[in-house]
Design a protein around this ligand. Sequence first.
Ligand code: SF4
Length: 451
Amino acid sequence: MSNLDNLRKAGLFTRNVPRYTSYPTAPFFHEGVNGKIFESWVRALQPGMKLSLYVHIPFCERLCWFCACRTQGVKNLSPVDAYLDTMETEIAHLARTLPDGITIARLHWGGGSPTILPPQSITRLTEALKTIAPFDPDMEFSIEIDPTAVDDAKLAAMVDAGMNRASVGIQDFTPEVQKAIGRDQSFEVTRDVLLKLRRLGIQSVNTDIVYGLPHQDSDSLDSTIARVLELDPDRIALFGYAHVPWMAKRQKMIPDSSLPQPKERFDLFNQASDAFKQAGYTALGIDHFAKPNDSLAIAAAEGRMRRNFQGYTDDTCDALIGLGASSVSKFPQGYTQNRATTTAYTAEIKAGNWATARGYSLSVEDKIRARAIEMLMCDLRIDVPILRATYGNRVGLLALDLQRLHEIYPDFVTYEDETVTVRPEGFHMIRILASELDNYHSTSGKHSLAI
Ligand code: SF4
């Protein structure tokens, strides 16, 4: 049987599985983990610890139809200003609560479109964030940039604020594809923003490409890839389009009939992946590529790459706190998530509460499974001796699952010396393999297709 037949038989083209940016995945968060618990986890952070901050700006000037982000289209800045007022209150509450002696080593602004903020708001938000804890001198500060919603003054304000890494959204440069996803963005506008970022001294630029978009085919993807390589980004994320119109209503604008079929998605991914590798990029995890001297590629080579809600990262901070509507925080004890809508978030903060809506408190077994899944997603292997160094003999609870993984998928993984290693033939199966270690996984169809 060919490997393609094996993959098909194993469900690669039919199964829906999580992307495992957390374990357990967000649908298992519950209301039992509330603001009181969030506060206790903040207070338990110790002097000397490093903190990562995520700031969520859930507004966009345009609403692209393919996008499943929780974001709100706005015609003027008054809702954005009101949201920043609320966020300043949340920030002040956190600044009063966080123990002394902690520094902020990572800061990421995402959304939505943080580039919707005018220069004075960028400065104002940064000054507020500095009151939470001192910024580490080596702090990595990244911002997601919509090239169609940024100008010189905004870029200058971001660099003045300390931004040293940028993530520039692209998706696809083909006009027919852009029209079908409601996102008009020329190569020239994108190139100009990248050139300006470099001129302003930004050390690392990341770009996002999406495969599986409507009307995308091998030729159109080829031309997008060529243009992306011309831009010479330091990192490239190659995401599969997740068509979930029952969750993301805007996606109803994209007819099912315009979408590449699962086998075509498989071919498109391989085409892009081969092209990026041939161009000298190192493949990382399941869907990232980076220049060999990029810090993420170095972290991956040294076994330090991690996975969180923003995707792959070399962030090893002790905790991540999310600010703003729907943002997720991660503590050694578990996860919390803020209220999803700006209205509910604002109401909680205005009432003097934390905006925590739900979360998850991790058991030791959850932590072991979370780390094993993370290893699989990042390193394409699960090394039990490394897990044992952290969790002791409790890692024995995985033994049967790992044995079973090898028995079910002998063509896709090896299992020797207490280490499961994904064979090249099993690369596309990683999310499915991870789901076999997931005690909570349900095949409810809420997740995106495995390829
Ligand atoms: S892709 Fe970016 S600009 Fe488009 S709707 Fe999503 S967050 Fe907004």
